[in-house]
Design a protein around this ligand. Structure first.
Ligand code: GLY
Ligand code: MN
Ligand code: MN
Length: 469
């Protein structure tokens, strides 16, 4: 074989030309373009909400410069990046969304008397008089698409925009500056998100509704999953399709646990077979362009019908979830949700004869034997992050009183490992979780995912409606 013929020419791989452009080529590339500046961009719906959020932040940090970084691209392999997603605090305070979002941007709250002026420092569109638009494979318009000009971004987000190059000059004075590396700012930004504003609540409902459709897609894919080796991937892919079609991405890696894989809490390998007679647990959420995500779990009988032992365990989890819901109202404790669910689970396990102590005894924190099968707490905050408000202090989260506007999951589960000899064989390898997303209202709660069937009879009817058998 002629070696020359196998050599890769500069044009045969999709990477920027290594050689410097000739002067002729460079000037040719700069000319002959029509204007494309957009004058039609309306402010996003989130703008007024993002402004109010910044006002609250500003009032807490008078006289201090605040830098909130969007974060940059992350390499996946060599010259290939992961899909970009900005930091959640940046999204919250800027209102930047989905495909418009700008890698490396920095939101700056600059002290101005008793308040702050806000600037979005960003990498704007590389105009046609630059080389970057055709030579930069990471940011260039001909490689990854067009970004906003400074004016377009300002029109969209209603924030004064500046070129990222100018940030260094701003930072050269001695003004006290905090970034999210500073605990005090990270904690405040996390706690501010504990109660959602109206816009966020609408987005959460939209995320849940998109996720509901994703679960319908998952059911439709069950016959193919049974027929296909590594059928868990078929279900994973079905949900992913919906997340990409209706949203920005998944809110987190989908968990598809068929059979005893459901007993592995963070089973994201999703490379197991899907077998008739087993259950399959799916924990999945669509993240919208606004970056709000749902977090829903449903457990399905692969055959469309629960066996008696599957149904018995399922009903125990179902009752535990009802008890969790009933504990939700303003003024109750966040920890009451877990307590209420765990009481039901512990009593059920005691009634099944698998606990070596009474339910009451097991429920004492220093005993906790039932936790062999319940494994995790039943609630967390949800929003831009699946585990939202993660930096909030214990007194405002784990030990806090519930307040109107909080969005929480209620997600009890039971997991009987396949080698657990304390259970009769027909129960071994069964894992069940039911997870819904609820909003704390003025007098109780609203289950945002109420329309996604939960009761085993309704799950069976839902599957029959979609699969027709
Ligand atoms: N999907 C992660 C969780 O339920 O917390
Ligand atoms: Mn969850
Ligand atoms: Mn979940």
């Amino acid at each position: 074989m002629n070696n020359e013929s196998t050599e890769l020419s500069a044009d045969s791989v999709r990477r920027p030309h290594d050689q410097e452009p000739s002067e002729l080529y460079a000037s040719f590339m700069k000319s002959g373009w029509l204007p494309t500046e957009r004058e039609d961009l309306a402010p996003l719906e989130v703008v007024t909400y993002a402004y109010s959020r910044r006002q609250i932040l500003s009032s807490q940090f008078k006289g201090v410069r605040l830098l909130i970084h969007a974060g940059g691209l992350k390499v996946r392999a060599f010259d290939t990046d992961y899909n970009y997603r900005p930091d959640s605090a940046f999204a919250y305070y800027s209102g930047v969304q989905g495909a418009d979002s700008t890698a490396d941007a920095v939101l700056v709250l600059e002290p101005n008397g008793d308040s702050h002026l806000t600037y979005l420092y960003m990498n704007p569109r590389s105009t046609r008089d630059t080389e970057a638009f055709y030579r930069d494979s990471r940011y260039g318009e001909l490689w990854v698409g067009r970004r906003f000009t400074l004016k377009e971004a300002k029109d969209t987000y209603q924030i004064d925009t500046r070129h990222l190059n100018e940030l260094k000059t701003l930072l050269s004075d001695s003004t006290k500056t905090l970034t999210l590396e500073d605990e005090v700012l990270a904690v405040f930004a996390s706690e501010q998100r504990l109660c959602k504003d109206e816009y966020e609540i609408r987005e959460m409902q939209r995320a849940v509704d998109a996720t509901a459709l994703g679960f319908c897609d998952v059911i439709s894919a069950i016959p193919a999953a049974i027929e296909t080796p590594r059928g868990e991937r078929v279900l994973d892919a079905a949900f992913y399709g919906r997340a990409r079609i209706l949203g920005n991405d998944l809110g987190y890696n989908t968990i598809v646990g068929a059979g005893s894989h459901a007993c592995v809490l963070h089973w994201i390998r999703n490379d197991g077979d899907v077998r008739r007679g087993d259950l399959v647990l799916i924990d999945a959420g669509v993240e919208l362009e606004s970056f709000y995500t749902a977090d829903i779990t449903r457990t399905f009988p692969v055959d469309g019908k629960f066996s008696p032992s599957q149904r018995a365990l399922y009903m125990l989890v179902y009752e535990a979830q009802l008890a969790g819901f009933a504990a939700i109202k303003p003024g109750a404790l966040f920890s009451d949700i877990n307590k209420a669910s765990q009481e039901v689970l512990a009593k059920g396990l005691a009634d099944m004869g698998v606990l070596t102590v009474s339910a009451e005894e097991s429920l004492r924190p220093e005993v906790g034997l039932h936790r062999r099968w319940t494994l995790h707490g039943v609630s967390h905050h949800l929003g831009l992050d699946v585990h939202d408000c993660g930096k909030a202090r214990a007194e405002n989260y784990r030990d806090a009183v519930l307040r109107e506007g909080m969005v929480l999951t209620v997600e009890p589960g039971l997991y009987i490992q396949p080698d657990d000899e304390l259970f009769a064989p027909e129960y071994r390898g069964i894992g069940i979780r039911i997870e819904d997303d609820v909003l704390v209202t003025a007098d109780g709660y609203l289950n945002l995912s109420e329309n996604i069937p939960r009761h085993p009879d309704d799950i069976e009817k839902w599957m029959k409606r979609i699969l027709g058998n």
